[in-house]
Design a protein around this ligand. Structure first.
Ligand SMILES: Nc1ncnc2c1ncn2[C@@H]1O[C@H](COP(=O)(O)OP(=O)(O)OP(=O)(O)O)[C@@H](O)[C@H]1O
Ligand SMILES: [Mg+2]
Length: 356
């Protein structure tokens, strides 16, 4: 058993991650975010925590690292990620609840002709069955449910009621538990606004890696690479973009072209919003002005290009280190930020390429 004030050694628990095929690294940094997990595990949470952050900033890695810490703190952990393709990554759980998991999964599979892949899509719901069964079978357990990409296949309204069900589990479970932690991660900006309208969750933001953590990651990647300053300027600390650059052999131009395609920066999109985009490339806070078209903002949010309505940089609102107050070099404004500077460069390039 672990006393309330027992220091746990987080560094001993750091998990291996695959940065690229054949390049294994350990989970790096995120000291504050990991300390938060320890804190929550000591007292449980009163509300579901909804974590919102840019695509590829490291939400999944942090949750998967958190499993280890929570288990060390005596929690039974269920992690689900309905966006995963393979079942082993979509459902991860503490070894000693495997019988309960098997029971629930087998029952789930008995319904009509459900395949493994459609079972993955139902994992967000099955989490409740699993958690309640753990409470029923074990005496006053500590339970953590970590739901990654929970809203992947949901409408906005469904997402709110999902969060409400988590709150119900915390507030009104008919079974007894000792402590409970419920964390939901999403990169969908629209979900954050929708969930924010209710008082059913504690919403927290996550940002790309801090410069110090990112430097440590940079140092661990083998081979020749551009200078740290160049990599920082183009990724803004986003480890997924860093990985993308690595796999494209540091060819920044090709990576930008790839983003123009994958973010669908089409001639239509560019011509329609040219003026606003030109301003946003210079300073994302231009989007914050009251006269900005809501449709334009929603498009940028939907394409996951920006984070709109950045929280104040108070520690309680951020899972880890917040972004700088304002740093135009990496596309961070006071109220609006490019998710990574690379996206801004993709927009800049599309603006140049597509005729007026
Ligand atoms: N703390 C970290 N230490 C080392 N590598 C990391 C860390 N965080 C993230 N990474 C690397 O960055 C990549 C992207 O991170 P991850 O998948 O966790 O982001 P995400 O926020 O879940 O993305 P998405 O929004 O697409 O779900 C991972 O493949 C991982 O290798
Ligand atoms: Mg993820």
């Amino acid at each position: 058993m672990y006393g309330e004030d027992r220091e746990i050694n987080i560094d001993m628990l750091r998990i291996p991650l695959e940065f690229a095929p054949g390049v294994k690294i350990r989970f790096i940094g995120r000291e504050i975010a990991l300390r938060k997990i320890v804190e929550w595990s000591e007292r449980g949470v009163g509300f579901p925590i909804v974590v919102y952050g840019p695509e590829g900033c490291g939400k999944t890695s942090w949750l998967r690292q958190s499993i280890k810490i929570l288990e060390k703190m005596d929690y039974k952990v269920i992690y689900v990620n309905p966006a995963e393709e393979n079942f082993e990554n979509a459902l991860i759980y503490t070894e000693d609840i495997k019988d309960i998991i098997r029971e629930v999964v087998t029952q789930g599979l008995q319904h009509i002709e459900i395949s493994m892949s459609s079972l993955i899509t139902r994992l967000s719901d099955l989490v409740f069955t699993i958690a309640y069964r753990i409470m029923k079978k074990l005496r006053k357990p500590k339970i953590a449910v970590l739901i990654d990409e929970a809203f992947q296949r949901m409408e906005l309204r469904e997402a709110s009621s999902y969060v409400k069900s988590l709150l119900n589990m915390i507030e009104h479970s008919s079974y007894e538990y000792d402590k409970i932690i419920a964390i939901v991660a999403t990169s969908g900006g629209a979900f954050r606004s929708e969930i924010g309208r209710h008082m059913w969750a504690h919403i927290m933001s996550m940002w790309n890696m801090s410069e110090n953590d990112f430097r440590e990651l940079y140092d661990q990647i083998p081979g020749e690479k551009p200078s740290f300053e160049d990599v920082w300027r183009i990724t803004g600390g986003n480890p997924r973009i860093f990985r993308q650059l690595y796999s494209m052999r540091w060819n920044i131009d090709d990576t930008i072209d790839y983003m123009v395609r994958s973010k669908e920066l089409t001639p239509d999109f560019i011509s329609r919003w040219r003026r606003s985009l030109e301003e946003a490339v210079e300073d994302p806070d231009s989007i914050w002005r009251s006269e900005t078209s809501r449709e334009f903002i929603d498009e940028l949010i939907r394409k996951n290009l920006i984070v709109y309505n950045l929280y104040e940089r108070r520690p309680g609102l951020w899972i880890d280190q917040p972004p700088p107050e304002k740093d135009l070099e990496i596309g961070v404004g006071r109220y609006v930020a490019w998710q990574t500077p690379l996206y801004r460069e993709a927009v800049r390039k599309a603006l140049k390429k597509i005729d007026r």
